[in-house]
Ligand binder design. Structure first.
Ligand code: FES
Ligand code: FES
Length: 152
Protein backbone atom coordinates (compact mmCIF):
# COMPACT_ATOMS: atom_id res chain seq x y z
CA UNK A 1 0.00 0.00 0.00
CA UNK A 2 1.33 3.41 -0.99
CA UNK A 3 0.11 6.83 0.10
CA UNK A 4 0.41 9.63 -2.41
CA UNK A 5 -0.76 13.18 -1.97
CA UNK A 6 -2.51 14.69 -4.96
CA UNK A 7 -3.78 18.25 -4.84
CA UNK A 8 -3.63 18.25 -1.04
CA UNK A 9 -5.47 14.97 -0.51
CA UNK A 10 -3.83 11.71 0.57
CA UNK A 11 -4.76 8.64 -1.47
CA UNK A 12 -3.94 5.12 -0.31
CA UNK A 13 -3.23 3.00 -3.36
CA UNK A 14 -2.78 -0.73 -3.54
CA UNK A 15 -0.43 -0.63 -6.53
CA UNK A 16 3.11 -1.59 -7.44
CA UNK A 17 5.86 0.97 -6.83
CA UNK A 18 6.72 0.95 -10.51
CA UNK A 19 3.26 1.93 -11.73
CA UNK A 20 3.65 5.12 -13.78
CA UNK A 21 2.18 7.99 -11.80
CA UNK A 22 -0.10 9.00 -14.68
CA UNK A 23 -2.12 5.80 -14.31
CA UNK A 24 -2.54 6.32 -10.57
CA UNK A 25 -3.70 9.88 -11.23
CA UNK A 26 -6.04 9.08 -14.11
CA UNK A 27 -7.28 5.52 -13.64
CA UNK A 28 -7.29 5.14 -9.88
CA UNK A 29 -7.83 8.65 -8.51
CA UNK A 30 -9.92 9.66 -11.54
CA UNK A 31 -8.30 12.99 -12.41
CA UNK A 32 -8.31 12.95 -16.20
CA UNK A 33 -6.95 16.43 -16.92
CA UNK A 34 -3.45 14.94 -17.14
CA UNK A 35 -3.09 13.49 -20.63
CA UNK A 36 -1.19 10.51 -22.01
CA UNK A 37 0.78 11.07 -25.18
CA UNK A 38 4.02 9.24 -25.87
CA UNK A 39 4.60 7.39 -22.62
CA UNK A 40 8.34 8.00 -23.02
CA UNK A 41 8.91 11.48 -21.51
CA UNK A 42 9.08 12.95 -25.00
CA UNK A 43 5.90 15.02 -25.42
CA UNK A 44 5.04 16.66 -22.08
CA UNK A 45 1.30 15.95 -22.27
CA UNK A 46 1.43 14.19 -18.90
CA UNK A 47 3.23 16.97 -17.01
CA UNK A 48 2.37 17.40 -13.32
CA UNK A 49 4.22 19.11 -10.48
CA UNK A 50 6.12 17.21 -7.83
CA UNK A 51 6.82 19.67 -5.00
CA UNK A 52 6.36 22.44 -7.54
CA UNK A 53 8.75 20.99 -10.11
CA UNK A 54 7.32 19.89 -13.47
CA UNK A 55 7.81 16.18 -14.14
CA UNK A 56 6.57 13.74 -16.76
CA UNK A 57 4.11 11.52 -14.96
CA UNK A 58 4.46 8.76 -17.57
CA UNK A 59 8.07 8.25 -16.46
CA UNK A 60 7.66 9.07 -12.77
CA UNK A 61 6.62 6.15 -10.64
CA UNK A 62 4.29 5.85 -7.70
CA UNK A 63 7.17 4.77 -5.47
CA UNK A 64 9.09 7.96 -6.39
CA UNK A 65 6.11 10.20 -5.70
CA UNK A 66 5.37 9.01 -2.17
CA UNK A 67 6.01 11.83 0.30
CA UNK A 68 5.87 14.54 -2.37
CA UNK A 69 3.12 17.05 -3.02
CA UNK A 70 1.72 16.16 -6.44
CA UNK A 71 -0.23 18.86 -8.24
CA UNK A 72 -2.27 18.22 -11.36
CA UNK A 73 -4.04 20.69 -13.61
CA UNK A 74 -7.17 20.25 -11.46
CA UNK A 75 -5.29 21.35 -8.34
CA UNK A 76 -3.66 24.53 -9.59
CA UNK A 77 -4.52 27.54 -7.47
CA UNK A 78 -3.06 30.90 -6.61
CA UNK A 79 -2.11 34.03 -8.48
CA UNK A 80 0.30 32.60 -11.04
CA UNK A 81 -1.85 29.64 -12.15
CA UNK A 82 -5.03 31.71 -12.22
CA UNK A 83 -3.36 34.43 -14.29
CA UNK A 84 -1.91 31.87 -16.70
CA UNK A 85 -5.26 30.14 -17.18
CA UNK A 86 -7.08 33.46 -17.66
CA UNK A 87 -4.58 34.61 -20.29
CA UNK A 88 -4.66 31.20 -21.98
CA UNK A 89 -8.41 31.48 -22.41
CA UNK A 90 -8.43 35.13 -23.43
CA UNK A 91 -5.73 34.59 -26.05
CA UNK A 92 -7.33 31.40 -27.40
CA UNK A 93 -4.09 29.47 -26.98
CA UNK A 94 -5.49 25.93 -27.35
CA UNK A 95 -6.53 24.42 -30.65
CA UNK A 96 -7.49 20.77 -30.09
CA UNK A 97 -6.43 21.21 -26.45
CA UNK A 98 -4.86 17.81 -25.93
CA UNK A 99 -1.40 19.09 -25.01
CA UNK A 100 -2.60 22.11 -23.09
CA UNK A 101 -2.77 20.91 -19.51
CA UNK A 102 0.87 19.88 -19.85
CA UNK A 103 1.70 23.22 -21.43
CA UNK A 104 0.02 25.09 -18.59
CA UNK A 105 1.76 23.02 -15.93
CA UNK A 106 5.14 23.85 -17.47
CA UNK A 107 4.26 27.53 -17.97
CA UNK A 108 3.12 27.91 -14.36
CA UNK A 109 6.32 26.32 -13.06
CA UNK A 110 8.37 28.62 -15.32
CA UNK A 111 6.64 31.80 -14.12
CA UNK A 112 6.83 30.73 -10.48
CA UNK A 113 10.60 30.37 -10.86
CA UNK A 114 11.29 33.11 -13.43
CA UNK A 115 8.75 35.95 -13.22
CA UNK A 116 10.03 37.74 -16.34
CA UNK A 117 11.16 35.00 -18.70
CA UNK A 118 13.05 35.79 -21.89
CA UNK A 119 12.31 33.96 -25.13
CA UNK A 120 15.30 31.73 -24.35
CA UNK A 121 13.91 30.98 -20.88
CA UNK A 122 10.58 30.05 -22.47
CA UNK A 123 12.28 27.83 -25.04
CA UNK A 124 14.25 26.07 -22.30
CA UNK A 125 11.25 25.53 -20.04
CA UNK A 126 8.68 24.67 -22.73
CA UNK A 127 10.85 22.82 -25.26
CA UNK A 128 9.75 19.42 -23.94
CA UNK A 129 6.05 20.19 -24.38
CA UNK A 130 5.05 19.32 -27.91
CA UNK A 131 1.93 20.59 -29.66
CA UNK A 132 0.85 18.92 -32.87
CA UNK A 133 -1.46 21.89 -33.53
CA UNK A 134 1.61 24.15 -33.41
CA UNK A 135 0.25 26.59 -30.83
CA UNK A 136 3.82 27.54 -29.89
CA UNK A 137 3.53 31.14 -31.01
CA UNK A 138 0.41 31.73 -28.91
CA UNK A 139 1.96 29.92 -25.93
CA UNK A 140 4.98 32.22 -26.05
CA UNK A 141 2.75 35.30 -26.28
CA UNK A 142 0.54 34.10 -23.44
CA UNK A 143 3.52 33.50 -21.15
CA UNK A 144 4.81 37.02 -21.81
CA UNK A 145 1.34 38.47 -21.23
CA UNK A 146 0.89 36.52 -17.99
CA UNK A 147 4.29 37.80 -16.83
CA UNK A 148 3.23 41.37 -17.61
CA UNK A 149 -0.01 41.01 -15.65
CA UNK A 150 1.71 39.38 -12.69
CA UNK A 151 4.26 42.17 -12.57
CA UNK A 152 1.63 44.94 -12.60
S1 FES B 1 3.04 11.02 -22.18
FE1 FES B 1 4.52 11.61 -20.78
S2 FES B 1 5.90 12.84 -21.90
FE2 FES B 1 4.52 12.07 -23.39
S1 FES C 1 -3.47 22.26 -29.03
FE1 FES C 1 -3.62 20.42 -30.17
S2 FES C 1 -1.83 19.31 -29.62
FE2 FES C 1 -1.56 21.25 -28.74
Amino acid sequence: MRTININGTDHQLDVDDDMPLIWAIRDIVGLTGTKFGCGQALCGACTVHLDGVPVRSCQTFVGDAEGAAITTIEGLSGNVPETVQTVWAEMDVPQCGYCQSGQIMSAVALLAETPKPSDDDIDAAMGGNLCRCASYHRIRGAIHEAARRLEA
